[in-house]
Ligand binder design. Structure first.
Ligand SMILES: [Zn+2]
Length: 334
């Protein structure tokens, strides 16, 4: 509804985005330090690079040197997929060994042709391929698969981290909005603990009154739940900057002079509807400061220039359609 307020919002949204980026950057550097610490503890930072042409998957037979005293080469079916190396057992009914490549390191032994070593956290595997070319394929695929898994893990963490930050920020803002002056009661009937937000007016209302707001249409009031809807930080900007007390100071300024009784939590729907319609569509109880159209225009220009949301709210209360384009007042045109 408020195109003009949107302009002022953009500045604040930019600030929020910058804040988020700072938080994100610090989170990422923490993650990096963490990974580097882990790597330097057990692994070299300089790992073998796989030949990308060999892809991230393969399967076939490798010879694995047995554990124990009698070292023999055992032919085993092996496969690499999704960051795991699976090694079948000699006995068919035993489950295969599955090694997470993220915690393994692959190394070639320069003195031994067609063979490579795989270091896991608790054991070293010696493998031998049929020939040198095949050995290079296996080593490359193991590296590529590990790299793929690492990238996936990082990407997942990053998305999750960013989400957490946004959710945390949203929760914090919602908490602050609920504590703002006047927000402990419905903006229209005073019912305790309102949980519905008019995102374009920045006020909290109760569930009964929210039904009437919806009936008026989004042109007047755009209703979302503080608890059930996923609110973006931009949808909370007005709520954070207006609030029931400020809003009613403008929109209900003339109540007592007009001898109008505001609804209370026990009021019936008809009384609420009459009141809410008069308050929002006619702006019947609003404070009026501007004498004529020219002074409204000047005030509007000034409110936008100074990014004063409450001043904009006052102009809205005076019946200016904030969706219309602003023309500069004459004295500002050179
Ligand atoms: Zn209410």
């Amino acid at each position: 509804m408020f195109l003009l307020i949107k302009q002022t919002q953009d500045g604040e949204r930019k600030q929020l985005t910058q804040l988020r980026d700072v938080l994100k950057a610090s989170l990422q550097s923490e993650q990096k330090e963490d990974v580097q610490a882990k790597q330097s503890a057990g692994y070299s930072l300089h790992q073998l690079q796989g030949n990308k042409a060999h892809g991230t998957e393969c399967s076939g037979f490798l010879y694995k040197k047995s554990e124990g005293l009698r070292k023999v080469w055992q032919k085993r079916k092996c496969s690499v997929k999704n960051g795991f190396l699976t090694i079948s057992h000699g006995t068919a009914n035993r489950p295969p060994a599955k090694l997470n490549l993220l915690t393994c390191q692959v190394k070639r032994n320069p003195d031994e042709k067609k063979s490579f070593d795989l270091f896991s956290h608790d054991r070293t595997y010696h493998f031998q391929a049929e020939d040198e070319a095949e050995c290079q394929v296996w080593v490359s695929v193991l590296q590529n698969s590990k790299e793929e898994a690492l990238n996936k893990a990082f990407k997942g963490d990053q998305d999750e981290g960013e989400n957490n930050i946004v959710q945390e920020l949203t929760r914090a803002i919602v908490g602050e909005v609920k504590r703002m002056s006047g927000n402990d009661g419905c903006c229209d009937c005073g019912a305790q603990g309102p949980t519905w937000l008019s995102t374009n007016l920045g006020v909290l209302i109760c569930i009964e009154c929210s039904g009437i707001h919806r009936e008026m249409g989004v042109h007047y009031s755009r209703i979302q739940s503080l608890d059930l809807d996923v609110l973006g930080t931009s949808e909370l900007l007005l709520a954070k900057n207006v609030g029931n007390a400020n809003f009613n100071e403008i929109m209900e300024a003339d109540l007592s002079a007009q001898d109008v009784t505001k609804p209370d939590p026990t009021s019936d729907m008809q009384m609420r509807k009459d009141y809410i319609t008069a308050k929002y569509t006619e702006k019947r109880f609003a404070r009026r400061l501007c004498a004529d159209a020219a002074s409204r225009l000047r005030a509007l220009y000034e409110a936008v220039r100074t990014r004063d949301i409450l001043a904009l709210m006052q102009i809205y209360a005076e019946g200016v359609d904030l969706r219309e384009a602003i023309t500069q007042p004459n004295e500002h045109v050179r």
